[in-house]
Design a protein around this ligand. Structure first.
Ligand code: C5P
Length: 424
């Protein structure tokens, strides 16, 4: 009988009634294999698709299926069970169960557990494409996400009903990865209660370095101070923060995961990867607009009086991420030396940003200093922040970001996920 030799995370794996329920046997197996203590809960309809015995065999624990099971309740009451896990994972999650948990119904064991828990909740929706696309489901998903429920998938492809579209449950491997990854991160940096609790933020910071030859590079004056302060401020509001940092000389803020990179291309890759599961991106980095077409393999010798470097434009990270993630809340920065409002608003529209924080640069302002002054613009408004030190600016900016993010319900992260191929 499987046990939990590694005393890993406790997972309450809940199945609702969909044909995709059979895939959750593989999911249970993966959790057990990863050392998790797994308790399965099934709704009445889930049991029509797959037998409870399968899960008992895989997890070594009887499946819980009813609020009215006296023996099970005596062993561990449903309120206690709601507090027991590190995460509740509902896979597959039907449109019906998603609607019920959105509205706080508690008419069976699963919905009661969800209402009575304060732990991380993951859902892997699975349904017909039209049910998924229905405005009611989409509104429910937006509400759930806004409350911090993590949505995994769905993917696109051929469906059990024979139609083709979005609504296929995420593959067990992907669900396991998302859940275990999030649990590992939340243990590494304990939860902070705040308006951004349960949200994942990515912050780019610092300059990039574009190599010319093995010893030289093109860079700029960015110190990374503002970005590091924004990362710390978002963390203080409860977000799980990944800081994608160019080369700077700053300590990593407490509780923040830092990914170091050097060139704009590295930063693009790291940011895309981090944003795949994020709710929010703040681009404070001063990314080089151009890189060398060719990087000399040997140090360039001082020979001619003039030297020409041919440069090619770097991709704009925010634009690329926006193209991949239409629902992500993206905040850009605009450093301007003239016509601040006009240029900043232009970038807001061009890069399809939700907010842009603009500051005057030049004449020793903003770059490599401890103080700053911003005007933040969004489609319907603007707000001046500062002058103040960068930490204070970051706190005010983070509060504004939280306010705007929570005011604008997002479509589910699932809508941002790449299509998956059908598996046999
Ligand atoms: O277009 P400009 O460089 O002025 O825009 C500044 C904003 O765009 C900043 O948020 C910066 O981090 C971001 N940016 C980017 N990728 C680039 C250049 C800038 O994400 N290649």
């Amino acid at each position: 009988m499987p046990t939990n030799p590694n005393a890993g995370p406790r997972i309450l794996l809940a199945l609702t009634g969909g044909i995709a329920a059979y895939k959750s046997a593989e999911l249970a197996r993966r959790f057990v294999k990863a050392g998790c203590d797994v308790q399965v809960v099934m709704t009445a309809s889930a049991q029509r698709f797959i037998g409870a015995q399968t899960f008992q065999a895989l997890t070594g624990k009887p499946v819980r299926a009813s609020l009215w099971d006296e023996a099970a309740e005596a062993a561990m009451g449903h309120i206690e069970l709601a507090r027991w896990p590190d995460a509740i994972v509902i896979a597959p999650a039907t449109a019906n169960t998603l609607a019920k948990i959105t509205h706080g119904l508690a008419d069976d064991l699963l919905t009661t557990l969800v209402l009575a828990t304060d732990k991380l909740i993951f859902v892997a929706p699975a349904m017909n494409r039209l049910m998924w696309a229905n405005a009611a489901t989409q509104a429910n998903m937006a509400t759930l996400r806004a409350r911090g429920v993590r949505v995994i998938g769905p993917g696109s492809g051929e469906q059990a009903c024979g139609e083709v579209g979005e609504g296929r449950v995420a593959e067990p491997e992907d669900v396991a990865k998302a859940v275990l990854g999030a649990l590992a991160r939340s243990t590494a940096s304990p939860a902070i209660d705040g308006p951004l609790s349960g949200r994942r933020a990515v912050v780019t910071a610092g300059p990039t370095r574009e190599p010319i030859d093995p010893v030289r590079f093109i860079t700029n004056r960015s110190s990374g101070k503002q970005g590091y302060a924004v990362a710390a401020a978002l963390r203080a509001l409860g977000a799980q923060v990944t800081l994608v940092s160019g080369p700077v000389n700053l300590p990593t803020p407490a509780g923040v995961t830092r990914v170091d990179c050097e060139t704009a291309l590295d930063m693009l890759d790291a940011t895309q990867a981090a944003c795949a599961t994020a709710d929010l991106l703040v681009g404070t980095a001063a990314v080089a607009d151009y890189r060398c077409v060719e990087i000399a393999s040997q140090k360039i010798k001082k020979q001619r009086d003039t030297l020409e470097l041919q440069l090619v434009k770097n991709a704009d990270i925010l634009t690329e991420v926006r193209a991949a993630q239409p629902q992500l809340f993206i905040v850009g920065f605009a450093a301007e030396t003239e016509r601040l409002a006009e240029h900043a608003r232009g970038k807001l529209v061009r890069k399809k940003l939700d907010l842009i924080a603009a500051n005057w640069v030049g004449d020793g302002r903003a770059f490599d200093r401890d103080d700053n002054q911003l005007t933040v613009y969004w489609a319907e408004g603007e707000q001046a922040i500062g002058p103040a030190d960068k930490a204070d600016i970051a706190r005010q900016l983070a509060a504004l970001i939280a306010e705007r993010l929570l005011a604008a319900p997002r479509a589910p992260a699932a809508a941002r996920r790449p299509a998956r191929k059908r598996t046999p």
